[in-house]
Design a protein around this ligand. Structure first.
Ligand code: ADP
Length: 607
């Protein structure tokens, strides 16, 4: 099952409390026994507190109508002892929070989610928006664990304490005790009535929050692009729409929640009042001690309110449960299967053998029966219309996902049998969009090979033609990318990413249209850097402008996920097929018009 399906499933059904407990213990990981003990401790503390309150009954009996110190003292002492015990147990139980278990647990869970992010097929991650992942890693983890003990404490005091009082009341007057106990079964149908609505409301709220958070993140990150494209307003409207949606969901929640909550609270208060009413009747009839009724009144005032608002806690339970659902959905995504025994390729020839692939969400095949051989030290260009599957070919080689049929080999070894770290080390990628981290230029280049010396980084930077402009920056290689932000041009950023790839020194290089978005001047410099990178390597380049790949060792023309032609530039021109058509279209449109060139019989035959 895919990640979105998991999430949709988690969002659509209401799990029983038993399941919430199981999920909670699962989330507590190695600290589950401590959490279980803490939660049980809180229930025990609430029960002991109930017994302490129940002591008021014999205490009042000893004081009304004739106060007697000798009769009152033992009960006073017992009550104080029980109150003290309640405080001690509660202190101990809450220790899960203040001893740091909760924080460590939160950290453990977050690390595990981080580790999972590292292992899950990248193709799965592409379905998720950055804001959503962020919400799972930060918000959901906090919502799950930090609220648990506080909510459990409130619930135990609301429910367990009155039950303990009612059981103790049985001892003094079984009729009153029984009446009090009857109040609790009332809670169950009321609780069941409200819980699904709360559950749905909470899930909708969590989804809306996640959507707004993702929109805010995308908006702030994409602001430069939006400004350039003059569509800030349009995007801001979208952001406003999702914030508005959040408001609507909250309003619905309040509207739908307020009335039933009032009804529930009133019903519970009426039920408790009726117990007091019946008690008064018994006193008037002379069958109940007035001291017991007086004590009961005091006790009822103490627990009436929490009991009436008990159902409200369902909201928080649902928030916790919804967060647990998200965390679990993320943790359940299976990493790609590793073939054993693990093998190490001895050469770097790449082969695609009858490769067929479709994305989890896409209905039809994205790639079918793809066969290709990329010899060592050769340059292979992938060309074809936008959406034909070129990027997918490179993603499969990097193992963002595995093909459903056929196999991909490096040096004769199936990529599934290569250890993931080694596969990463074998392939360098230069994308059209360069991502630079908010760190120094030095660190940004060195991340390709953390053990590289400063000299090696500089050598790679020189080879990538970026040493000169880096030297001119305020602090040279120590300049932080965040500090100079937009001062780096697209071409300069691209050359930094190429320096990274040169430093990595991987035998296979994937170039994903690295010069497509550059102006001519930058392109010349970047092209020179690329020439340094691709020397003596197995190279795959996704090509946009055919003039840049005319010298390729082989050109694979992909259309609709199939390879429709292959060969060298001259051969393909001579055969007068698709490639020749694309070439003529681009030639006649010239470079500045290339993006709009069309083959007569093709829709958008250029990316
Ligand atoms: P190209 O690089 O030639 O433009 P792609 O390999 O990016 O083509 O995409 C090939 C097809 O697969 C397109 O129809 C695209 O919509 C689809 N596709 C790409 N990525 C995904 C994805 N993560 N999930 C579902 N479909 C996808």
């Amino acid at each position: 099952m895919s990640a979105p399906q998991h999430i949709a499933q988690a969002a659509s059904h209401i799990t029983p409390l038993r399941e919430t407990w199981r999920l909670l213990m699962q989330a507590a990981r190695s600290r589950a026994p401590q959490l279980r003990a803490s939660l049980i401790g809180l229930c025990v503390a609430a029960a002991v507190q109930g017994l302490a309150l129940a002591c008021l009954m014999p205490l009042f009996q000893a004081l009304i109508p004739n106060p007697e110190w000798s009769a009152a003292f033992p009960w006073l002492l017992t009550m104080m002892g029980l109150m003290l015990a309640t405080a001690v147990i509660r202190w101990w139980a809450q220790g899960f929070d203040y001893r740091g278990d909760m924080v460590r647990n939160t950290h453990e869970l977050r690390s595990e989610l981080g580790e999972q992010l590292r292992r899950i097929p990248l193709e799965m991650l592409q379905d998720k928006r950055a804001g959503g992942v962020n919400a799972t890693l930060l918000g959901n983890v906090d919502e799950t664990l930090s609220y648990t003990l506080t909510v459990a404490n409130m619930m135990a005091t609301a429910l367990v304490t009155p039950i303990a009082v009612a059981l103790a009341a049985l001892w003094f007057d079984w009729r009153l005790g029984l009446l009090l106990l009857l109040v609790f079964p009332l809670l169950i149908p009321l609780y069941r009535w409200r819980r699904p609505a709360y559950g749905r409301g909470m899930r909708m709220l969590v989804e809306a929050n996640e959507r707004a958070s993702a929109d805010i993140l995308e908006y702030t990150q994409g602001l430069p692009v939006l400004r350039a494209a003059c569509c800030v307003g349009e995007r801001a409207e979208r952001l406003q729409a999702s914030v508005k949606h959040l408001e609507v969901i909250q309003t619905i929640g309040e509207k739908k929640g307020a009335k039933p909550n009032l009804i529930l609270a009133t019903v519970m208060e009426l039920a408790i009042l009726s117990v007091v009413f019946v008690g008064t009747l018994f006193v008037v009839q002379g069958t109940l001690d007035v001291a017991i009724l007086a004590a009961l009144l005091v006790i009822v005032v103490r627990f009436g309110e929490p009991l009436a608002t008990f159902v409200l806690y369902a909201k928080i339970i649902d928030l916790i449960e919804s967060a647990l659902g998200k965390i679990n959905a993320m943790l359940r995504i299976k990493p790609l299967q590793q073939q054993v025994p693990i093998q190490t390729p001895q050469s770097y020839e790449v082969r695609f053998e009858d490769v067929g692939f479709s994305y989890a969400r896409a209905g039809e095949a994205t790639l079918s029966e793809l066969n290709a051989q990329l010899p060592v030290h050769s340059l292979t260009a992938l060309v074809g219309p936008s959406g034909s599957g070129k990027t997918t070919v490179t993603r499969l080689l990097m193992r963002h996902a595995d093909p459903q049929t056929g196999r991909i080999t490096i040096g004769g070894v199936d990529v599934r049998a290569i250890a993931p770290e080694q596969l990463n080390a074998l392939i360098s990628v230069v994308f059209q969009d360069v991502y630079l981290f908010d760190d120094t230029i030095l660190a940004n280049i060195r991340m390709a090979r953390p053990d590289a010396s400063n000299e090696e980084v500089e050598r790679a930077a020189r080879a990538a033609h970026c040493h000169d402009f880096i030297s001119r920056l305020p602090a040279g290689y120590a300049t932080r990318v965040g500090d100079i932000g937009g001062r780096l041009s697209g071409g300069e950023r691209q050359r930094i990413s190429i320096a990274r790839a040169i430093l990595k020194n991987a035998p296979i290089v994937i170039l994903d249209e690295p010069t497509a978005a550059l102006d001519t001047e930058s392109e010349v410099a970047v092209q020179a850097a690329i020439d340094a990178l691709v020397r003596d390597r197995t190279v795959i380049v996704i090509a946009h402008r055919l003039s840049t790949i005319a010298a390729a060792d082989q050109i694979l023309v992909i259309d609709g996920g199939r390879m429709v032609e292959s060969g060298q530039h001259a051969e393909l021109l001579a055969s007068n097929g698709r490639y020749a058509c694309m070439w003529q279209a681009q030639q006649s449109a010239k470079n500045w018009h290339a993006g709009m060139a069309r083959c007569p019989d093709e829709e958008a035959f250029v990316s």
